[in-house]
Design a protein around this ligand. Sequence first.
Ligand code: ADP
Ligand code: MG
Length: 438
Amino acid sequence: MTMPQAAPKAVSVKHAVHHAEDMIQLKRVVKTYKNAAGEFIVLKGVDLTIRRGQFVAIVGKSGSGKSTLLNMITGIDHPTGGKVVVNNMDIYSVSESERSLWRGRNLGIVFQFFQLLPMLTLLENVMLPMDYVNHHDFEERPKRAMELLEMVGLADQAHKLPLAVSTGQQQMTAIARALATDAPLLVADEPTGNLDSKTANHIIDVFDELVRRGKTIVMVTHDPSLTARVTRTIIISDGELIDEAVAKSLPLLRHRHMLEITKQAKRLTVQPGEIILDLGKPVENLYIISSGTVNVEKKNGKAREVISHLKAGEFFGEIELLRGGRAIADVRAGHQPVELLAFPREDFLRIVEESPITAEALGRIVQDRLKEHSVSVKVKSTKVEKEKKKVESGKSRTQKTKGELKNVKIKTPGAKSKAKNIKPIKKTTRSKTVKRKA
Ligand code: ADP
Ligand code: MG
């Protein structure tokens, strides 16, 4: 067996360069607050890259640092350490007033409690940001504001004061206001936190449509039913980000366990075709696939039979760790280099012991996989075909969350929308959950 080569600091290497297609890049961002009790570290060195056109949910327990993280991106607050690049601008390298003007042109911000000015009509509220950054000709602003209100279905309410409309309509107005300067990035802190679930879903319909038209959206939410509808979910736990492959593969774990795996697992890169698990040899780790694919193979006489393909966000080695220790199949890297997280047996077994729901889910996965192993010997060709189809259609066996079960691929977002071409967003009740690949 060839030992996979460790890729030192794979994570930070990945974040070293800013690409044009990156909308947001945080590098080692630290935020501390000082109070009477001493220093309190809220963000503990966050690395994060968000690409243009992504619809990202940031989730985490109350107090985990979600709002602080957003404030680092918007420039509302400033980090104690690290670097933040948004839309190609190193936002903390400029003065406060430059940043403020930059913010007005580059970001739309939506808050939980709307923050509309109560003495202004909805239309006037939407016009405010245009006045602030001098966007659009003065005479054009009311027309532009009306178009935006029309887009969110509020044209007939335009001349009312905020308190004369529903909370859902107030939030729609706040979204229209956030779009006033046609900024490419929309940032929202619990935008549905104060709304009923039907209205919340309508807000996500609007966001979904905006992403389709080319916007990038970063939304803090603690509503798990909404995260099923975004491109990408980032979990923050105690000021640190959880590895997305860990969260995807073991979604039922407690955040602190996910974080432990994120921090303790070794990062490995395995070259195409290289063996990772060797039939009959002891298995010492749970392996979580971070990128690339692996093939699970059985020897069949001299031939090799591929039993299944596993991809990013799936794991292997659990059967061996939970039942005995020796590899029951070969696992080999696919056509691309594979990035893996290797998490040691003892720690894995302890976490499973502390996590009854995950233990139960793992039990089912082990049963399914074992069944597949024995069945595959009899119906090898059809089985391989089935697996291939599963992989192609994006279906495979991890612990599925409700949302992931409805994983439907759609087109990548098109070109940036131009203000004048904005068409009304219809109130749709989508039956299919739409998910885009990260
Ligand atoms: P979340 O949005 O995830 O609920 P926050 O980012 O608001 O969490 O806060 C994270 C932690 O930082 C909390 O413990 C909070 O009390 C603390 N915190 C936030 N803002 C400040 C501040 N201005 N001064 C001191 N502590 C703060
Ligand atoms: Mg918050």
